[in-house]
Design a protein around this ligand. Structure first.
Ligand SMILES: Cc1ncc(COP(=O)(O)O)c(C=O)c1O
Length: 653
């Protein structure tokens, strides 16, 4: 690899643009991804074609630094660009609606709590006065340490809060932070009253409203009557009474809602914002000191590029989102004759998803259409009078495949295979004939599939043939560690090869990871219509790496990932554009070693090696191992403890 592609039969009649179209890079890429003339995926961190980065070049550069795939590549400039895009969309909407206040995003750090990511978001958000959102005590601790000298950047505190959480928030307010605890229940209200009195602080606080407007999609239960969080309107009125009694109505500065993540339908956003605006207006007119309206997260990401209201997509743009939000709030405020509040959104996914790419290599593949029936085999079958009937039927089905008899032959093959299996289970079919039946069946399927590919209208019964016959590509990563939402909630991520795009992909495959778990696979892929069950890939070439990448993985995946089969964190690198042109590797975080992962699991890592060494010496004493063999095993063991859990190329060979 690395040398310019040579014209081979597979490149004839196929162009890089065909691959870009096939994998729909422009649809899901949001302007950040594309393909270059060499047939490699490129990343455009600020959407400018003259600053594009060749992804394969990065991967090869990392390999030269002993950072082999799988690796998460974070593009810091994409984060800055996302923040600017969201800010600009709201700035335009504010101008269009003559809105008399500002907008600010607060990044919910749970979306990707990695220090380097949060620091990047916070640093790049400074230009727009963007803040941070926390949902737990540890998150609060992180944010407090990062927000020194930033008294104008909002910190929103959500989630369950105990005494020490609230006490810390009140003290942080005294320290000078613009920090707003959002009350979810009366116990939290009592704690705010207690600690603000104790420390002589007039707190700035918010309430989370349980809206009647329900969310949609996977996270629809984040809102509505059954939602886990928030106060019913009747409870908010009680909060108002309590605050009034304490002469603290002016402290209620914010109303908040969160209707769910990945809102795919703009109507849900409109309904929720309208309802929240009316709640805001009513409370304001009742005397609350409201200044902020917080519409929560939910701004979607078009993972499958379909621009629809499928769960992995969204039927609106960031501009439409901003326009609708600002317009709805402005209309309600105008109608109720109240000042415009500062608008806050807790957009996480929309800020973080695009900036991370997971690159992994393919280790090998298995194919079901590999079984051939040559003329010798056919002749042998003809001459063998002992061939059982189902096997003869399968041979007939194989021979008679033609465009006119596709469905019929398919039925014949299915029936004959079933009969062959029944006979085998009753002891009437030998292993040899079962093997033959299997070979004939798959060869028949492959023949039918090849003809089906030429049809304009595929008979319904044969529609699944492509996926039935798909290859399995074994990939060097763990779905559970790196793409947990793919496994847990069927989230679709765009996946494609990062090179050979000038070549026609000739295989259809599903992906299997290297965990020993049959759930560790990906068999749904982004497509214009719904999802597709197989991904078009290139045939593997002996001795050549084949790299795939999963895109838009910057939100939720890294920290939700688990250690199934003890596959730990992958290597991570941060790539940044250089002002003078080009790019550099700004940060490198090496993936977990086996030793680190084992220590997470409470193994006494100091004892692992000595125990094996003792056992080796016993084996030497009892002459089961030679000294050389024992040394080899010990050296191997020691190196592997310090090594990457994923499969690594044999550096020597
Ligand atoms: C309260 C709250 N705010 C913000 C978010 C972030 O949502 P998203 O990443 O969809 O913008 C979440 C996530 O579900 C949340 O629970």
């Amino acid at each position: 690899m690395g040398s310019p592609p040579t014209k081979s039969p597979s490149t004839l009649g196929w162009k890089v643009e065909d691959s870009a179209h096939l994998y729909q890079v422009d649809s899901w890429g949001g302007g950040y991804f594309g393909a270059n003339a060499a047939g490699h995926v490129v990343v455009r961190p600020n959407q400018q074609a003259d600053r594009e980065i060749d992804l394969l070049e990065i991967v090869e550069g990392l390999k030269a630094r002993d950072l082999t795939a799988p690796v998460v590549i974070r593009f810091s400039d994409v984060i800055a660009h996302r923040l600017k895009t969201i800010n600009d969309a709201f700035a335009r909407a504010i101008a269009e609606n003559d809105y008399q206040n500002r907008y600010s995003a607060v990044f919910p750090i749970k979306v990707n709590q990695q220090r380097l990511v949060v620091e990047e978001v916070y640093r790049a958000g400074a230009a727009f006065g963007f803040g941070l959102e926390v949902g737990s005590k540890p998150e609060l601790l992180v944010v407090l340490s990062m927000t020194e000298d930033c008294s104008d950047r909002v910190i929103i505190c959500n989630g369950f809060k105990d005494d020490s959480y609230i006490e810390t928030v009140i003290l942080a307010a005294k320290l000078g932070r613009l920090i707003i605890p959002v009350v979810e229940n009366f116990a939290e209200l009592d704690l705010i009253l207690k600690h603000s009195k104790k420390y002589g602080v007039r707190p700035t606080m918010g309430v989370r409203v349980k809206l009647a407007a329900e969310g949609a999609g996977r996270w629809r239960d984040s809102a509505g009557d059954k939602s886990k969080f928030g106060l019913f309107i009747t409870e908010i009125l009680e909060v108002m009474d309590v605050l009034k009694q304490h002469d603290m109505l002016d402290c209620l500065k914010l109303v908040h809602c969160h209707t769910g993540s990945q809102l795919q339908d703009i109507r849900r956003v409109e309904e929720a914002v309208t309802e929240l605006s009316h709640v805001y207006a009513e409370l304001k007119l009742m005397g609350a000191g409201l200044e902020y309206i917080d519409i929560g997260g939910g701004l979607g990401v078009d993972y499958d590029g379909s621009r629809s209201n499928y769960e992995s997509s969204m039927n609106y743009t960031i501009n439409e989102y901003a326009r609708d939000v600002v317009h709805r709030i402005a209309s309600v405020c105008r109608a109720r004759n109240i000042p415009h509040p500062q608008i806050i959104s807790e957009s996480g996914r929309a800020i973080a998803a695009h900036h991370s790419v997971l690159v992994f290599n393919v280790l090998g593949s298995s194919a079901l259409d590999q079984f051939r029936v040559d003329s010798q085999l056919e002749a042998d079958c003809r001459d063998d009078s002992n061939i059982p009937q189902p096997v003869t039927d399968l041979l007939d089905a194989y021979r008679s495949v033609s465009e006119r008899r596709l469905v019929e032959c398919w039925h014949d093959a299915l029936r004959a295979r079933e009969q062959a299996l029944q006979m085998f289970n009753l002891g009437y079919l030998s292993l040899k004939f079962r093997g033959l039946a299997e070979r004939l069946y798959w060869a028949t399927c492959a023949r039918i599939r090849d003809l089906v590919r030429r049809l304009d209208n595929v008979p319904e019964e044969l529609e699944d043939l492509e996926s039935i016959l798909s290859d399995i590509y074994f990939c060097n990563f763990s779905v559970f560690q790196s793409l947990p939402d793919s496994w847990a909630i069927g989230q679709v991520f765009p996946i494609m090869p990062i090179h050979r795009l000038e070549e026609r992909p000739t295989r259809n495959a599903v992906l299997a990871d290297i965990t020993c778990d049959s759930d560790g696979k990906i068999d749904h892929f982004a497509s214009r219509r719904d999802t597709k069950r197989t991904l078009e890939l290139h045939a593997l070439k002996a001795g050549e790496d084949y790299y795939l990448a999963a895109f838009l993985v910057g939100a939720y995946q890294e920290t939700l990932g688990d250690l199934h089969n003890l596959f730990g964190d992958t290597h991570v690198v941060h790539i940044r554009l250089l002002e003078e042109g080009g790019w550099w590797i700004e940060e490198t975080v090496k993936g977990d070693t086996a030793l680190q992962v084992l220590s997470y699991m409470e193994y006494d890592t100091d004892e692992l090696y000595p125990r094996l060494a003792r056992d080796c010496e016993r084996a030497v004493r009892e002459q089961r191992l030679t000294v050389a063999e024992s040394q080899k095993l010990k050296r191997f063991y020691e190196a592997e403890l310090q090594g990457y859990a994923y499969l690594e190329p044999d550096m020597e060979g």
